[in-house]
Design a protein around this ligand. Structure first.
Ligand SMILES: Nc1ncnc2c1ncn2[C@@H]1O[C@H](COP(=O)(O)OP(=O)(O)OP(=O)(O)O)[C@@H](O)[C@H]1O
Length: 600
């Protein structure tokens, strides 16, 4: 059985999260800056309502003192209004700065969760479309968190302003209050419905967005740039990108069009409620239930109130959409908590004495047939085993299982008698796969990466020794800054290596680590004849000191092994020394003879 992964399949519908959960998450990520933003927003929201109340008092005082010198109370009220307006302006500026800080903190926090998820997930997850969809959705969540951090304080500030205005209206003409509050309702309902539909749309569109992102990535990648140009694939890719984006926009346009009718109805609702309000106010004024000043205050308050309720409504739509994204993100975080910290919590494995593959059967999640069937063999800690077989016979898959990177559906790999997957192999294992890593680090760091460097001052000497053994020292010395040269043409001051030179560097990385199991998948594929001969000598030196598993199509490398395993369609069909397998005249002998005859 495979271990349950972060994702067992695509979720059918976007999840839901309460606003409190989302706000709690933003508060946790933003720390003090969240509360600072909140405080400035509240202060400005309340300040606006206070300005209105003071303004009304000021107008009343001025009316009372018509033609006479202003009393002290007029000056105090005037000073109060000026002070409040200045404080609001100051609060807005401080709030802007704090908001920027909050944004950075929230994005950093979200990105950290995504980085940890990619770093800690099992290798098998990278074959799951649902896992990649989740990563894309999680990356969107930082934008959503941002939108929420914009919307929540706005809603709170508007709500506080509304509260202030409600008090002002309630004190002057309470009978108008229900209609004033209801005027925002149609827009609120419409805004939320739009948010809901946009959320469902974005959710369902993730695979298509991922394809678009893939095209962007390969068009920007240096590795593929030459081939894409030789084959003239640029326009084809650009067309596909345009198609995917235009399809997205067309779908959103259809969604918005379908929405216009509701928007018209909502706007009519606002117009009707405002008309009712203003007509009622005029009636109250005509009947003498309110004076002119009170009517003016209520009129202005009602208009501002309606405007603020619409702000709340519009933001509520955005909040619905983005809180859905954040709910998904909360789920991702829960998954993250279930993942072990890169296997480091497991007990450390000791040096390898015996590696056993016991009846291994393994099928990739998307495949209909197993890549390996009932494979059994054992390897001693000082043995060198070569794996051969046609393309697609399962060699790389077997190597990954031996490294504990995949769990077999049945059978298991045992390291010194215990399941390899329950142990932290650390420096006991080193591998070079066909798609080996080319880090944007210095040459020295490319060699020492992943292993703890020596702190006794001998580290660079060890790096050089590993490079010498892998035939990499000479070309590294010739780089512009030797071992300190940055190996990335995409970065300022960086240079690139040839594929064969990169491969030698990857081998040096393994030698620096000095593991007790070395796995080499096509280690000589990109080496020239001289380097291959030297590599052959290095492999011979390695045997006896550690276990070596080498996968190769080059029989000059293979025949040096203590034992050769032949894989055919995922099954182990032959094993023995070169001489034994040649004598058996089976698949190995045929493959060897075919390659040998090619050189005659
Ligand atoms: N991620 C994957 N999902 C589904 N099938 C896969 C995946 N990776 C490999 N396979 C299939 O598993 C089988 C074994 O692949 P594997 O890479 O182990 O072969 P190999 O012997 O190393 O081939 P080569 O000599 O070309 O490197 C192949 O049929 C391949 O198509």
């Amino acid at each position: 059985m495979t271990a349950p992964g972060p994702d067992d399949g695509p979720a059918e519908a976007p999840p839901r999260a309460s606003l409190w959960q989302v706000v709690g998450l933003v508060a946790r990520a933003g720390g003090p800056s969240f509360y600072g933003v909140l405080a400035t927003m509240c202060a400005t929201g309340l300040g606006l309502a206070a300005v209105l109340v003071l303004g009304r008092g000021l107008a009343a005082e001025l009316a009372r003192h018509q033609g006479r010198p202003a009393s002290l109370s007029v000056w105090v009220l005037l000073a109060g209004v000026i002070l409040l307006v200045s404080v609001i302006a100051f609060g807005r500026m401080v709030g802007g700065g704090l908001h920027r800080l909050l944004t950075e903190r929230v994005i950093r926090w979200c990105e950290e969760q995504i980085t940890l998820l990619s770093a800690r997930s099992d290798l098998i997850e990278f074959d799951s479309p649902a896992f990649h969809d989740r990563l894309v959705r999680a990356r969107r969540a930082s934008t959503s968190a941002l939108q929420i951090t914009l919307a929540v304080p706005r809603v709170i500030a508007s709500a506080l302003t509304v509260a202030g205005l409600v008090v002002a209206v309630a004190l002057t003409a309470p009978v108008l209050l229900p209609v004033a509050l209801l005027s925002g309702l149609p827009v609120l309902l419409t805004g939320r419905a739009l948010g809901e539909r946009l959320l469902t749309f974005t959710w369902g569109h993730t695979p298509s967005d991922r394809e678009r992102q893939y095209i962007e990535n390969i068009l920007e990648a240096r590795d593929q740039a030459a081939e894409i140009r030789v084959f003239g694939v640029q326009e084809f890719l650009a067309d596909r990108w345009r198609y995917l984006y235009d399809e997205r926009i067309a779908e959103i346009a259809a969604l918005v069009r379908g929405f216009l009718r509701r928007a018209v109805v909502a706007a009519l609702g606002v117009a009707v409620s405002l008309t009712v309000l203003l007509v009622s106010l005029a009636w109250l004024l005509a009947r003498g239930h309110v004076d002119l000043l009170a009517a003016a205050t209520v009129g202005i308050s009602v208009l501002v109130l309606s405007n603020q309720s619409q702000t709340i409504a519009a933001n509520a739509g955005a909040l619905r959409e983005h809180s859905g994204q954040m709910a998904d993100f909360l789920e991702t975080m829960r998954l993250l908590e279930t993942l072990p910290g890169g296997g480091r919590d497991a007990p450390a494995a000791g040096p390898l004495h015996r590696l056993e593959a016991d009846h291994l059967t393994f099928r990739y999640p998307a495949a209909d047939r197993p890549a390996l069937r009932d494979v059994t063999f054992a390897l001693d800690g000082d043995e060198m085993v070569a794996i051969v077989g046609h393309n697609g016979s399962g060699k790389t898959t077997l190597a990954k299982l031996l490294c504990g990177l995949y769990a077999a559906q049945s059978g298991e790999v045992r390291w010194n008698g215990r399941p390899v997957q329950g142990q932290h192999l650390g420096n006991e294992i080193g591998a070079v796969f066909q798609s080996f890593a080319r880090y944007w680090f210095s040459a020295a760091d490319n060699i020492r990466v992943g292993a703890a460097p020596d702190t006794d001052g001998t580290d660079l000497a060890r790096v050089r020794a590993a490079a010498r053994e892998a035939e990499a020292d000479a070309f590294i010395e010739q780089l512009p800054r030797g071992y300190d040269t940055l190996l990335a043409a995409e970065l300022a001051g960086g240079v690139d290596l040839s594929v064969g030179q990169w491969q030698r560097l990857a081998i040096a990385r393994v030698l620096y680590r000095d593991p007790s199991l070395v796995v080499l998948d096509e280690p000589t594929a990109s080496l020239d004849a001289e380097a291959e001969a030297k590599m052959f000598a290095t492999l011979s030196r390695m045997r006896g000191r550690r276990a070596v598993v080498v996968i190769s199509h080059r029989f000059s490398t293979v025949r040096a092994a203590d034992r050769i395993l032949v894989l055919e369609h995922g099954q182990l069909t032959e094993q023995g020394t070169h001489e034994e397998l040649m004598a058996a005249r089976g698949t190995y002998a045929r493959m060897y003879s075919q390659q040998a005859s090619a050189y005659v």
